[in-house]
Design a protein around this ligand. Structure first.
Ligand code: SF4
Length: 449
């Protein structure tokens, strides 16, 4: 075999090197161990020599003045010997002191801010994925079909809705750094994902806890803010669907992105009720908002907007009048997709201790059926109004020339579907154009054009 015919074997690229300095007490040491474990699992090499490292991390101590002086000296050495330095640890809680002496450090994060340190490292020197060695693909292991993926932007919640124990279980809101979220989204898109489903407990509150801390994404500053995140995701060329959004005033800006076709015209807003008295007892965020009027305003900006929501009937103290108000609100708001639950007194929920009278089970049951029948008529009318339109459909399942997919108005698992017939074979994950031929109570039927 001549030399030219021997297939070239690519030399594995050298792993990025991090020089790590760990100062301070055992707690700081544990922080260092966690950061190093993360770095190693992502393929970074760890050493102590600054010279030749791609970046230096200094985990500082700020307990005593002498410890601060030692930390500043360690940062000084790293700046002199390498120049690309990330500072973390206790001194990072007072970034001004560090910036004053070393304005060129790449990033400063506080103690236990593992995600922020990893995010700063990723920005300074992105991890390398080696498909022959890594057990996990770059986009992570997904349990969803290949063409859509959930993108979790934060954990926990700052609200205290009285029926919910999530804040007790998961704590207050902790937003992920914006660059981490965008990087994960980018990896998913590169791996073939065509639809990103943004989730959290309270999506529109994203970034509040980290004061909208900016990051550098594609050489631009992007803030950890609901609108900025939606805009950047909208530039990735895939469907972006927003879940668990509360009608805070700044949601209006995101509707503009929907009208511009950047983000799907779909909002999942768990309203839970419409009676001001019940919403107040529920302690719902934005409960004073005139939500039906807001929805009408959003539709005037983006006429194709679909709103999906969930409601609870039979919350303690809910009167027949409250329930009637809810039905009237549904008639006015004309939501496309709606789910309804009968209230359950979850152990540990504050609602159980409000001293409000429980709604008898049979009343809850009756209200639930009335609610469902009322909303079904509204949804069916909306679906009927779409017959004859041409729409984009993402294909979820196929069988020969028939397929099941979703329009921009439908999220996987929770909303309806469109059943398609096609002259040509189509594949799951494809986005096709279809003409809507018919509608029933929940689903559409169409033909691929
Ligand atoms: S129901 Fe309320 S408290 Fe519970 S996660 Fe949602 S917004 Fe937070």
């Amino acid at each position: 075999m001549s030399a030219e015919l021997i297939p070239a074997v690519a030399e594995p690229a050298a792993a990025p090197k991090i020089s790590f300095v760990s100062l301070g007490c055992p707690k700081a040491l544990v922080d260092s161990e966690r950061i190093i474990t993360h770095l190693r699992s992502e393929g970074y090499e760890i050493g102590r020599k600054h010279d030749g490292a791609d970046v230096v991390i200094v985990n500082t101590c700020g307990f005593l003045d002498s410890a601060k002086a030692e930390s500043l000296a360690a940062i000084g050495d790293a700046m002199k010997e390498n120049g690309r330095v990330i500072v973390t640890g206790c001194m990072g809680a007072e970034p001004e002191q560090i910036r004053e002496r070393f304005p060129d450090v790449l990033a400063i994060t506080g103690p236990q801010a593992y995600e922020s340190v990893m995010s700063a490292v990723h920005q300074a020197v992105p991890p390398q994925h080696d498909p022959f060695v890594d057990l996990v693909p770059p986009q992570g292991i997904k349990l969803t079909p290949r063409h859509y993926a959930y993108l979790k932007i934060s954990e926990g919640c700052n609200n205290r809705c009285t029926f919910c124990i999530i804040p007790k279980l998961r704590g207050d809101l902790v937003s992920r750094p914006v660059v981490d979220v965008l990087r994960e989204a980018e990896k998913l898109v590169k791996a073939g994902v065509r639809e990103l489903l943004v989730i959290s407990q309270d999506t529109s509150a994203y970034g509040v806890d980290i004061r909208y801390q900016p990051g550098i994404w594609q050489e631009r500053e992007v803030r950890a803010r609901f609108y900025d995140l939606a805009r950047e995701l909208g530039d990735m060329g895939v469907w972006v669907r927003l879940h668990y959004v509360y009608p805070y005033p700044h949601v209006d800006e995101v509707i503009e992105l929907m009208a511009a076709g950047k983000v799907l015209p779909y909002l999942d807003i768990p309203f839970q009720h419409a009676s001001p008295t019940v919403l107040k007892s529920m302690r719902r965020p934005a409960h004073q908002e005139k939500t039906a009027a807001r929805i009408a305003k959003w539709r005037s900006i983006c006429p194709d907007l679909a709103v999906r929501s969930t409601f609870i009937v039979g919350f303690p103290g809910e009167t027949e009048q409250d329930f009637e108000e809810l039905l009237a609100w549904l008639t006015e708001a004309k939501l496309e997709r709606v789910g309804c639950f009968k209230y359950e007194p979850v152990d540990g929920a504050t609602a159980n201790d409000l001293g409000l009278p429980a709604v008898p089970e049979e009343v809850k049951e009756r209200r639930w059926h009335r609610f469902m029948a009322h909303q079904q008529a509204i949804s069916a009318k909306i679906l009927k109004g779409r017959v004859g339109r041409r729409v984009k459909v993402i294909v979820d399942e196929t069988s020969g020339t028939s397929a099941k997919g979703r329009t921009q108005w439908d999220a996987p698992e929770i909303d309806g579907a469109i059943h398609l017939v096609s002259r040509r074979p189509i594949r799951a994950g494809e986005i096709v154009t279809a003409k809507i031929d018919a509608a029933d109570a929940y689903d559409l039927h169409g033909t691929v054009v």
